[in-house]
Write a protein that binds this ligand. Structure first.
Ligand code: ADP
Ligand code: MG
Length: 248
């Protein structure tokens, strides 16, 4: 399988972001720097704010304060439609259009977001499906595919937007164990191609092998970041040590 390289990689800066839902303070000064062309894995306990952080980058939720910059531009100043073309997102539950074919799942956003003609959209969609090894499923409904195949369609759909960065929120957590590997291999291949990615994951083996940087979140903050070897082998903060001792 051959994958296209990203168009123009760009970095992401999350700077002291605070966000509350009512009286629940979910992000409490989250700061994270994602280098262009690199893969950052975000780990941390359930409820620590990982999904909220990703959603804030794509403006699915709005911070109360702080800033988020993509290639130096504040996402808060960008038109959300334009932002979502630049920032791909892959969810735990795939979020495919269930009543549309696999092909249409790519063609529809190519037409509405990238404004391609029907013919051009179809050509790009088939290329991206070929890249994830699923062109033969183009005319099927997502429900006819395995979970792993559905997630690869979701990744192809994100790639079809030609994004600067892709955010993955626990992309393998909903999969049967035997389907996890194929999806992680695809993400690893994108990492090898220099795609800029943030991957929230509980797959510590993947984080250790593929991440350039691992960020540990706890209670709404990024508590520790570092190279995987450092984070996993010599964690500095007691909270990270406690987290790792529970899961490894
Ligand atoms: P994680 O992804 O690390 O498990 P989340 O970002 O999903 O954490 O959630 C962090 C906290 O914010 C949790 O306590 C969760 O209940 C709360 N939360 C998340 N989304 C909402 C929402 N839309 N409304 C109210 N509370 C929310
Ligand atoms: Mg989450």
């Amino acid at each position: 399988m051959t994958l296209t390289s990203p168009r123009s990689p760009s970095g992401l800066e999350i700077d002291d972001v605070h966000l509350s839902y009512g009286r629940t303070r979910v992000l409490r000064g989250a700061t994270l720097s994602v280098e262009s062309g690199r893969t950052t894995c975000v780990i941390g306990p359930s409820g620590s704010g990982k999904s909220t952080l990703l959603r804030a980058v794509n403006r699915l939720t709005e911070p109360d304060s702080g800033d988020i910059r993509l290639a130096g531009e504040s996402v808060l100043d960008l038109d959300p439609d334009r932002l979502r073309r630049r920032v791909g997102m892959v969810f735990q539950q795939f979020n495919l259009f269930g009543h549309r074919t696999v092909l249409d799942n790519l063609v529809l956003p190519l037409r509405s977001v990238r404004k391609l003609s029907a013919a051009a959209a179809q050509a790009v969609a088939l290329d991206r499906l070929a890249e994830v090894g699923l062109v033969h499923k183009a005319d099927h409904r997502p429900s006819a595919l395995s979970g792993g195949q559905q997630q690869r369609v979701a990744i192809a759909r994100a790639l079809a937007m030609d994004p600067e960065i892709i955010l993955f929120d626990e992309p393998t957590s909903a999969l049967d164990p035997e389907l996890v590997k194929g999806v992680l291999e695809l993400i690893a291949e994108l990492a090898g191609r220099g795609m800029t990615m943030v991957v929230v994951t509980h797959e510590m083996g993947f984080a250790r092998e593929v991440a350039d940087t691992v960020a540990f979140m706890d209670q709404g903050r990024v508590v520790e970041t570092g190279a995987p070897r450092q984070v996993f082998s010599s964690p500095e903060s007691p909270r990270l040590r406690g987290f790792l001792s529970q899961i490894l």
